[in-house]
Design a protein around this ligand. Structure first.
Ligand code: PRP
Length: 214
């Protein structure tokens, strides 16, 4: 049996995925949140996890650098990466939304200026509404943009809503829900078909609680 290589984005999705794999009996003795290592083989050598930046997971999988990965739907929607999206893992839940300062109003006769880390998502959302917008691509701290007068609104992910609240912003449009997705490299699904299918079925059993592993 070949080892399945698995890309995980550093942070909460990685934590949840390690916990999920451990429930399946796939343990990572060298892994700890404090470790500076980026490569973690499982004790049974069935899986090797590499820790990458969350927004790079789909790049690793699309390019065949790893066979599988766990990535947020937000990243997939932005990148349109050429991978198989196999399963909604049900964790990492948040949503895409449009938000703006509570004390401001939009001027419908002016072109809307939108700041976001997700230019493709924003472009596609407004284009589906038939609106042409001006986009400002940022790499983080997007909430600042409308406060400092750089944009009218932001398109961003909202989880607890506390970042918006802390900046006196509110959601004015919900775009869609987001959660973690299990993705697979297209060639790997052929070349490691048995190993990958078995792992996916075990994960599915654990996620849906239908007893496959019980
Ligand atoms: C994300 C997002 C919001 C925040 C939402 O930012 O861009 O800022 O989380 O979470 P909340 O609704 O629970 O407050 P991230 O933490 O990735 O930091 P960034 O601004 O540097 O991108």
């Amino acid at each position: 049996m070949s080892t399945i290589t698995f890309a995980l984005g550093k942070g909460r999705l990685a934590e949840e995925t390690f916990a999920l794999l451990e429930k399946l009996g796939i343990t990572f003795p060298e892994y700890s949140t404090k470790s500076r290592k980026l490569i973690f083989p499982s004790a049974d050598h069935s899986v090797e996890v590499v820790l990458v930046k969350a927004t790079d997971v789909d790049i690793y999988v699309a390019n065949g650098a790893t066979d599988m990965g766990v990535v947020g739907k937000d990243t997939l929607m932005e990148s349109h990466a050429d991978v198989y999206e196999m399963m909604d893992l049900g964790f990492g839940k948040c949503r895409f939304a449009v938000a703006m300062p509570k004390d401001k109003e939009l001027n419908p006769s002016k072109k809307l200026v939108v700041a976001t880390k997700y230019p493709n998502v924003a472009k596609e959302y407004y284009s589906a509404k038939g609106m042409s917008i001006e986009l400002i691509k940022l790499n983080g701290s997007v909430e600042l943009a409308p406060i400092v007068g750089m944009s009218d609104v932001i398109v961003d992910i909202v989880e607890t809503g506390s970042t918006l609240k802390a900046h006196n912003l509110h959601v004015v449009e919900e775009i869609c829900p987001i959660s973690a997705r299990l993705i697979v490299n297209k060639a790997s699904l052929r070349t490691k078909s048995q190993e990958i299918s078995t792992l996916i079925e075990k994960i599915r059993g654990e996620i849906c609680g239908c007893g496959y592993n019980k």
